[in-house]
Design a protein around this ligand. Structure first.
Ligand SMILES: NC(=O)c1ccc[n+]([C@@H]2O[C@H](COP(=O)([O-])OP(=O)(O)OC[C@H]3O[C@@H](n4cnc5c(N)ncnc54)[C@H](OP(=O)(O)O)[C@@H]3O)[C@@H](O)[C@H]2O)c1
Length: 300
C-alpha cells in the first residue's frame, strides 16, 4: 500500500487515540522505552495503567506494519503534544490540512462539524472524509461538502488507542474498491471493524462507542465492593478486569452468556445470591435503559 496522508482535525480523546494507534502501527512507531509511555494529551483512559495491554497489542501490530501512513493534524491546544509525542506534522489551519491530506478525519465534537466542513469543503475534491460523530450523518455532510468527496463514517471507541476498538464503518455510494480498502486499512489499525448500514450507527454507539463508560462504572463499583470486602484497591481493579476479560473471551469463543451464567450459579451457592441482588436492583433493566437512552440521543 502506498503512503497515505491522514489528516486529523481535532486531537482530543478520540483523535489522539486514533493517532496513537496509527503511530504504533508504523515501522518506527513505539520502538523505544520512552515511546511506551502513553499520550496523555487527550485521553485519560489511555494512561500508563494500560501498558501491559499496550505491549500485547504492539506485538499484535507487528504483522500489520507494512502499511505506511503519514499523519497530519490541526488540533489547536493539542498540536504541540501531538507533534512532540508522535512526530505529527501540524497544519496551520483546517483548510491547509485538508489541502495536504489524502484522507481527512473529523475528530471534533459534532457541534463544530458544520462550521469546519464549510471551511474545508473547497479542499476536499477527490479525497476521503471520515466522520466520527454519533449524530451527524453522511447525508448532512454531503449537503455541505457537495459531490466528488468520498465520505465514510466510523463509530470507534476509546480502546482505539491500544488497537482494541470495536468500530462500526460504512461508506457512502461511489467509493472505489481501492478507496474503501484505504479506509479499512486505517480503521483496522484501531481494532475490529464492523461494516454495517448507517441506520445501525446509533445502536452501535450504545453497545460499543459509549459502552466503555458503562463498563468503567461496572468495574469501579465491583472494585469498591472488593475494597469493602477487605482487598487492596489495585488488586481489585486488576482482578475485576481479568475476570471481565476471561468472561468476554469465553463468550467470543462461542459460549452462550445464559449458559455460562447457569454454569457459574451452583444450587444454593454464592453466585446465585449475588444474582438475586442484581435482579432486585434492576441491573439488566437499568443497563438496557442506559443503552436505549444513548441510542435515542445518538439518533438526535
Ligand atoms: N471519546 C470517545 O470515546 C468517542 C467515541 C466515539 C466517537 N467519538 C466522537 O469523536 C469526536 C471527537 O470526540 P472526543 O471525545 O475526541 O472530543 P474531545 O476530546 O473534546 O476532542 C475534540 C478536539 O477537537 C478540537 N477542535 C475543536 N474545534 C477544532 C477546530 N476547528 N480545529 C481543530 N481542532 C478543533 C478540540 O481542541 P481544543 O482542545 O483546543 O478545544 C478538542 O481537542 C466526536 O464527534 C465524538 O462524538 C468519541
Amino acid at each position: 500500500m502506498k503512503s497515505v496522508k491522514i489528516g486529523f482535525i481535532g486531537g482530543g480523546n478520540m483523535g489522539g487515540a486514533m493517532i496513537e494507534a496509527l503511530w504504533r502501527a508504523q515501522p518506527d512507531g513505539a520502538s523505544s522505552a520512552e515511546d511506551e509511555q502513553k499520550f496523555d494529551g487527550g485521553s485519560e483512559a489511555c494512561g500508563t495503567e494500560n501498558l501491559a495491554q499496550t505491549d500485547k497489542n504492539a506485538s499484535q501490530c507487528e504483522c500489520e506494519k507494512k502499511a505506511k501512513f503519514e499523519i497530519l493534524a490541526c488540533a489547536r491546544s493539542k498540536n504541540e503534544a501531538l507533534r512532540q509525542r508522535f512526530s505529527v506534522k501540524i497544519a496551520a489551519s483546517e483548510a491547509d490540512l485538508a489541502r495536504e491530506a489524502d484522507a481527512v478525519v473529523l475528530a471534533t465534537k459534532p457541534a463544530s462539524y458544520e462550521a469546519i466542513l464549510r471551511l474545508i469543503a473547497p479542499e476536499l475534491a477527490g479525497k476521503i472524509l471520515l466522520l466520527l460523530a454519533p449524530s451527524f450523518d453522511i447525508k448532512r455532510a454531503r449537503q455541505i461538502v457537495g459531490e466528488g468527496v468520498y465520505i465514510a463514517r466510523a463509530m470507534p471507541n476509546i480502546a482505539a488507542c491500544i488497537g482494541a476498538s470495536a468500530t462500526a464503518l460504512c461508506f457512502d455510494a461511489g467509493f472505489s474498491e481501492a478507496k474503501e480498502e484505504t479506509v479499512r486499512e486505517i480503521i483496522a489499525k484501531i481494532g475490529k471493524i464492523y461494516e454495517i448500514d448507517e441506520a445501525g450507527f446509533a445502536a452501535f454507539t450504545g453497545i460499543a462507542g459509549s459502552l466503555p463508560a458503562y463498563v468503567c462504572a461496572f468495574i469501579e463499583a465491583a472494585a469498591d465492593a472488593g475494597v469493602r470486602g477487605g482487598l487492596p484497591r489495585r488488586l481489585c481493579y486488576d482482578a475485576v478486569c481479568a475476570a471481565i476479560e476471561g468472561t468476554a473471551r469465553l463468550i467470543q469463543s462461542g459460549k452462550h452468556p445464559a449458559a455460562l451464567k447457569d454454569e457459574v450459579c451452583s444450587p444454593a451457592g454464592t453466585t446465585i445470591e449475588g444474582l438475586v441482588a442484581l435482579e432486585n436492583g434492576g441491573f439488566r433493566g437499568a443497563l438496557m435503559q442506559a443503552i436505549a437512552a444513548c441510542i435515542a440521543k445518538a439518533r438526535g
